[in-house]
Design a protein around this ligand. Structure first.
Ligand code: ADP
Length: 456
């Protein structure tokens, strides 16, 4: 028998790199971290046993550079690779290359990733497993304009065109009437090719005022899969999440349990191993699957807060071949958790604000968790995502979690770069968000009224 893998290479940066390092420490594993030239002096690297520079600042030459990452794993004696989120986390090619190098990829197999990473084949798989999807064909759009028009008529306007390989809120276009349809298909196809390297697109019903509700799952290689409750990520700007919470307020728990059980069952049927998220739109009491994320997500801490489980440690454990240590019956959720994504950006214009953090005061106290790699003196690089921290608060009730978010955000101070902390302070006091259950359009319409207030 070969020995269980003992060294994890973190193929990522920033707060998630630190989060993975902590999970490895907790599990008693050696952990090494790859970094770009821009991150050479990043303080979070000190938490790793060893580090290695894999290339220049540009992600294409470092965090997306598969040969450099494999060489780093070899040099530092790693036998597992954790991809985090973003970068190569959903690259089936990377998963395949890691396996071919005789290493363990912390995530599902390349084949399962290919199936679930492509939104059209994921939708097809979900339809086959009885998971309800957004109305629209589970097939890519053909070129023929007449056929495209017929599909749109069949679905009923408005429709949304999406890149099959899309992500990050890009490559999507809403079409409200037939005269815009063909041009929209052409533009979305072009964008899909440019951003995601494949021009396949598909079409589905554009839901008018849905909520974004998702289910966290964990599955092992012994045929076990569990779901760890739900999250509401409806507070979005440009299809990107700004605030997340668990559980989704005001939705029938019986219905969630039914959907959760179906997600877990699909994982068992497709041979999914690892952590994953089934994303749904929820409207008028119904769930509609939109996509699966085959990796750990930014918002995983809210689920950790209400379940008391360590999703990243469990993800690493199942990748090492362990059976899930928790059964579905043992998953208990209590209370409520809210996460605010703190970005280094102008809170009004949303323009990123790179520079050196000259002063930092982090909040604490009961029910407050801050996941961050930021320290005073650290440089926020213009090369990468602007998220510098996640402020997560827990309460026995949603109101208590909100009250703790307000006091945590009041306490938090960042000097030297601009942040969206003032925006989050406003959101945590905004009446409709505080009431719970807003739609995915709420944040943008609220931002417009806020602009109106400022102009007045
Ligand atoms: P990405 O992979 O880029 O994150 P998703 O498919 O997850 O894209 O969609 C991101 C967001 O776009 C959703 O959370 C929702 O706000 C919006 N969206 C996606 N599909 C639809 C739809 N059919 N109707 C209405 N809004 C949608």
């Amino acid at each position: 028998m070969t020995a269980a893998p003992q060294t994890v290479l973190v193929a990522n940066r920033g707060e998630i790199a630190l989060r993975i390092i902590r999970a490895c420490r907790y599990l008693g594993l050696r952990v090494v971290c790859a970094h770009s030239e821009a991150d050479r002096d990043a303080p979070y690297l000190k938490a790793a046993d060893e580090t290695i520079c894999i290339g220049p600042a540009a992600a294409a030459k470092s965090y997306l550079n598969i040969p450099a990452l494999l060489a780093a794993a070899r040099t530092l004696g790693a036998d597992m690779i954790h991809p985090g989120y973003g970068f190569l986390s959903e690259s089936a090619e990377f998963a395949e290359a890691v396996a071919a190098a005789g290493l363990t990829f912390i995530g599902p197999s390349a084949d399962v990733m290919r199936m679930m990473g492509d939104k059209v084949s994921a939708k097809r798989a979900m339809v086959a497993h009885g998971v309800p999807c957004v109305p629209g064909p589970d097939a890519t759009l053909p070129e023929d304009p007449a056929v495209i028009a017929a599909i749109a008529e069949d679905i009923g306007y408005p429709v949304i065109m999406k890149a099959a390989g899309g992500g990050g809120g890009r490559g999507m276009r809403v079409v409200t009437n037939p005269s815009e349809l063909i041009e929209a298909a052409m533009l979305t196809r072009q964008e899909a090719g440019r951003f995601f390297g494949q021009s396949d697109i598909y079409m589905e019903k554009y839901l008018a005022r849905p909520r974004h509700v998702e289910i966290q799952i964990l599955a092992d290689s012994h045929g076990n899969a569990i779901w760890l409750g739900d999250r509401d990520c409806s507070m979005q700007r440009r299809h990107q999440k700004v605030v997340e919470e668990a559980p989704a307020p005001g939705i029938d728990r019986g219905l969630i349990a039914e959907i959760g059980a179906r997600c877990a069952a699909s994982c068992r049927e497709i041979g999914y191993v690892g952590a994953g998220t089934f994303e749904f739109l929820y409207e008028d009491g119904q769930f509609f699957f939109i996509e699966m994320n085959t990796r750990v997500q930014v918002e995983h801490p809210v689920t950790e807060m209400v379940t008391g489980l360590d999703i990243v440690a469990m993800q690493i454990d199942v990748a090492r071949g362990a059976a899930l240590a928790v059964t579905q019956d043992q998953v208990r959720t209590t209370g409520h958790a809210i996460e605010c994504r703190i970005n280094a950006e102008d809170p009004s214009s949303f323009v990123s604000s790179a520079g050196t953090i000259t002063g930092l005061r982090l909040p604490g106290g009961p029910g407050v968790r801050v996941d961050t790699h930021a320290v005073a003196g650290m440089t926020v690089s213009p090369f990468y995502d602007s998220m510098i921290a996640k402020v997560i608060t827990f309460g026995q009730t949603r109101d208590e979690a909100l009250a703790r978010a307000r006091s945590a955000l009041a306490e938090m101070q960042v000097e030297g770069v601009l942040t969206n902390i003032p925006l989050h302070r406003q959101i945590m006091a905004e009446p409709e968000f505080c009431a719970g259950g807003v739609s995915i359009h709420h944040m943008e319409s609220w931002l417009k009224t806020r602009e109106g207030d400022n102009a007045a």
